[in-house]
Every structure is written in C-alpha cells, then in structure tokens.
Design a protein around this ligand. Structure first.
Ligand SMILES: [Zn+2]
Length: 108
C-alpha cells in the first residue's frame, strides 16, 4: 500500500474485509483477488466522482466534500460500522494511523 495514501488504503482494506495488520504472505488467493478488485473499484469510483488521475483522486479524497461523504471507514473511528454496527477503531499499523472495523476485518 506504500505511496497510495492512508485514506485509500484504509478504504480498500475495509471493502476487501482484510485487517490492516495482516501480513501480505498470509493472504489467500481469494483475498488478494478481492483486494485487487476493490483497488480498481475505488479508483473507478473516484474517477466517476470527478477525478481523472490518482493525484486528482487523492486531492478529492482529502478535500472534496462529496467524496468525503462516501468514505466508509477513514476518519470514522468511534462511529458505527456501516456493515455490522461495530464501533470502528483506529490503530497503528506500519507506523501510520489506520481505521478499521474489528468485526468485518479479521486478523487471521
Ligand atoms: Zn463491521
């Protein structure tokens, strides 16, 4: 996820239901497939929301109100998960703050 930005990484991992502290080598083929799918999907969403490149995308995720409303996990620690109602948590993974749902995103 290096270089992709915290917001993007948090959102993609949440959608793929993968815990932020999972080691890459423990991911199953199915999970990797899901992760790739969600990465593409998230980029396509941002483009349809008005972005035209990864840079525009990052700007729009950081600044644009319309995209911010669509964020499902980033910055929502302490609020209920959209999927299951569990309170979202913020942890430190790989030296950065990460937002995730402890129920939807299994660490195993
Ligand atoms: Zn959840």
């Amino acid at each position: 996820m290096a270089g992709l930005g915290n917001i993007y990484a948090d959102e993609v991992l949440y959608k793929a239901k993968i815990h932020p502290e999972r080691k890459a080598k423990t991911l199953t083929e199915k999970e990797i497939g899901k992760l790739c799918h969600e990465m593409v999907q998230t980029l396509e969403d941002s483009i349809s929301a008005g972005g035209s490149s990864v840079n525009t995308y990052m700007d729009s995720m950081g600044l644009s109100g319309s995209y911010q409303e669509r964020l499902q996990v980033y910055g929502r620690n302490g609020e209920a998960c959209i999927d299951c109602g569990t309170i979202l948590e913020k942890t430190k993974a790989a030296g950065r703050g990460t937002h995730f749902c402890p129920t939807c995103q299994k660490n195993s």
